[in-house]
Write a new protein. Structure first.
Lengths: 375, 95
């Protein structure tokens, strides 16, 4: 197996030693719970897949915040894609976007009614699809800065004239500010997403720790990466040190990937906008710059949403806790719909739709197992 | 779609690399990676674009960093010294 160089990062003996250290640090901090937040679906995936939650001390609450780009895509953004698709424009998008509920329907429902929607793995595939025909093709783009870089590179790579982008891309650093300032927030430290930081560099978090007085640790995605990241974070919490610590140096540098940043900011500009379930996030959305107006679906098409406004959302939606879950003030276990009226096959909220959503991950892996334990 | 996956570069042709991910081969674009990439390198792939070259030696450096973290923890708590001792002593422990 050629990727075997990474196997030591899954070493159970080191994992046990790190888990022991987590327990000791949590006891020494002495609060119950000690709450820390990560903001990345990939972190939650790894925590669930490798069973790491079962090794966390019970007093340590590792909360998943707004780390699922599909989940925070706002209803009107989904509505724009549904309206375009329903008007006969061919849409290409990532698989996770297909079943995200809009006001009246999802892209999957539009597809069932005859709209042409292609699921792609990469924006490059969407560009190739556009080359096979002269008909317009809109790439409905979602994801954080890591994914936005790929969209930007595709736009700089001279795609055909019939290719355009409907951007629902989001930028993570501003939403950490919003969550840190939320009333009732108990978060004592953030585990930052290593892949977003690969692009932005860990320096992007320095103003944050100064403003909010809580530490940020950048961590990777192998089991040992996450455990070591948490150990480092609890050390900083224990010592009351509000600083940024980079525990993912094999990918993350202080200044980040400059080439990728140049690509990103040549094509996109930050704009304020709503994140579903969270709030208005200043500079939290990535929109195409004027120079790329020709490739901006919002400017190329007049998108009519009025046909969608007559529909009332399902009454179940009022009970959905996605917003509270993403803000870290509720967990799936506290939702009356979770696993009953809301499942991956029949999702009520976006958190159950996306493979990166907290509810989907907890449903897939059985939530938080309680294995007894001595802490 | 947000999953970043490391893989090993098999071949490079212009701005495109063939990369092995735990036995699955895919093509990956090199437009935004900030260092030259050659066969044998590891790259972090994100939706079909390499965003970082990872030298194999960096994985060992990561493990060394985690050992240091544990060593620092041991100093804080002598009770833990036996755990770390076992880690370092037994076969397959420290690389």
């Amino acid at each position: 197996m050629t990727t075997s160089a990474f196997v030591p990062l899954r070493d159970p003996r080191r994992a046990r030693a790190l888990a022991e250290a987590l327990s000791r640090l949590t006891s020494r901090i002495g609060r119950d719970p000690v709450s820390v937040m990560h903001v990345c679906g990939s972190h939650e995936q790894a925590i669930a897949r490798y069973g790491l939650r079962a090794t966390f001390p019970r007093a340590l609450d590792v909360i998943m915040g707004p780390g699922c780009p599909v989940c925070v895509t706002d209803l009107p953004e989904v509505d724009e894609a549904v309206a375009l698709a329903s008007s006969g424009v061919r849409i290409a998008t990532y698989g996770d976007m297909l079943r995200v509920p809009g006001t009246a329907s999802s892209l999957a429902e539009a597809q069932a009614e005859g709209a042409t929607i292609d699921v792609v793995y990469s924006v490059s595939q969407a560009v190739e699809l556009a080359r096979t025909s002269s008909e317009p093709l809109v790439f409905f783009a979602s994801g954080f800065e890591t994914t936005a870089v790929a969209t930007a590179a595709a736009l700089l790579g001279e795609p055909p004239d019939n290719f355009s982008v409907l951007s629902a891309h989001k930028y993570i650093p501003p939403v950490m500010e919003i969550v840190a300032e939320m009333p009732g927030n108990r978060v004592e430290g953030f585990l930052a997403a290593g892949h977003a930081a690969t692009i932005t560099g860990w320096g992007v978090f320095e103003p944050f720790v100064v403003r909010h007085g809580i530490p940020v640790v950048v961590a990777g995605f192998e089991p040992l990466d996450i455990l070591a990241g948490l150990v480092r974070l609890l050390e900083l919490v224990l010592e009351g040190r509000a600083e940024v610590s980079n525990m993912y140096p094999r990918c993350v540098t202080h200044e980040g990937n400059r080439r990728a940043q140049d690509t990103l900011w040549r094509v996109f500009r930050p704009a304020g906008g709503n994140w579903r379930g969270i709030a208005h996030v200043p500079s939290g959305n990535l929109r195409l710059r004027d120079e790329f107006a020709h490739a901006d679906a919002r400017r190329r098409f007049s998108i009519d949403l009025t046909s969608l406004w007559g529909h009332a959302p399902s009454p179940l939606v009022a009970q959905c806790l996605c917003g509270e879950i993403m803000a870290g003030t509720a967990s799936p276990a506290g939702c009356a719909l979770f696993g009953r009226a809301c499942t991956p096959d029949a999702p009520v909220g976006a958190c159950m739709v996306s493979s990166e959503g907290t509810c989907h991950i907890w449903h897939q892996y059985g939530g938080r197992p309680f294995l007894g334990g001595d802490s | 779609m947000c999953l970043g996956v490391p893989g090993r570069v098999i071949a490079v042709e212009g701005d495109v690399a063939t990369v092995d991910f735990w036995g699955v081969r895919k093509t990956v674009r090199l437009d935004v990676v900030d260092e030259p990439v050659a066969p044998g390198d590891y790259v972090l792939n994100h939706v079909g674009f390499a965003i970082r070259r990872i030298p194999a030696s960096d994985i060992q450096a990561t493990l060394a960093l985690y050992e240091e973290l544990l060593a620092a923890e041991d100093e804080r708590d002598p009770m833990a010294a036996d755990v770390a001792g076992e880690l370092r002593g037994g076969g397959g422990g420290r690389p």
